[in-house]
Design a protein around this ligand. Sequence first.
Ligand code: C2E
Ligand code: MG
Ligand code: MG
Ligand code: MG
Length: 294
Amino acid sequence: HADIAMYRAKKLGRNNVQFYEPTMNEEARERLRIESALRSALERQEFVLHYQPQVDVQSGRVVGMEALLRWQHPELGMVAPHRFIGLAEETGLIVEIGAWVLREACSQARAWIDAGFGALRIAVNLSPRQFGEPQLVSSIAEVLRQTGLPPACLDIELTEGLFMHDVTQAVELLHKLKSLGLALSIDDFGTGYSSFSYLRHFPIDVLKIDRSFVSDIGDGDEAAIVVSIIALAHNLKLRVIAEGVETASQLDCLRRNGCDEIQGYYFSPALPAADFEQLLIQGRTLQEPLAHPA
Ligand code: C2E
Ligand code: MG
Ligand code: MG
Ligand code: MG
């Protein structure tokens, strides 16, 4: 675990790190330490959400946002999710953290909708561990009730890996989720165990094209995969969102091929709530990407 090693490196000082070979016991202890660090992070409210705009390609307007988790660590500073989500998943703490994320994201979305910024959609990532929780459907229903967020404004992001184990059970669960009135997205589409057959059977609404395919746009005919995914999505009557859009030429290609929405640094990275709100107030559109000269 690179993040554990770094944590330790900070404590030991630089020179010791490369000679350090942790034993299983020490790893287990370290894991416990991280687990308790994550738990106290929850208690001390060190988790924050950043919000990345999702922009409609046709109108150029912000139509939603993805909630992305960060850990505001007292010493390490802002910690990105790849450094702790895996451990949170392994220890099961992701269930509690995820419950916090959902509540926070829904109440923030409700506040922005109430403030008059339109029927914004909020996308929330769901981890495999959460997907396996018996209380999942009722806890989402409860959050929707408590926050008063219109269910249609909630978009739950799932990854393809979830559908591997018990397909029948997964389909059943997805239908239960859908019955709450929310939308379901497949995140990082194309990177998982892509048996396309599940797409016909599963009640999903959105495909999110993985960033890796978007970044290939421009290398000769590498746009072929993106173009195919857009066509596939539309044939199945699904909305399609491109992730990780960084350049005007990527946007151009996506627009020409009918992609519905984009998300990416070209328009904006994920922002703290106050900055995201400024962006809503400014009403900036895709036609005026301030930071990017034509
Ligand atoms: P994801 O759900 O696929 O989220 C998209 C990631 O791509 C985000 O990274 C986002 O900041 C980054 N990104 C967006 N636009 C661009 C771009 O133009 N270029 C590049 N290079 N990157 C871009 P982030 O925030 O570090 O999150 C990483 C992953 O951590 C997420 O991938 C998601 O799988 C997971 N994650 C984040 N928040 C949560 C959460 O609340 N719960 C769970 N279970 N997982 C989460
Ligand atoms: Mg996501
Ligand atoms: Mg993704
Ligand atoms: Mg990802």
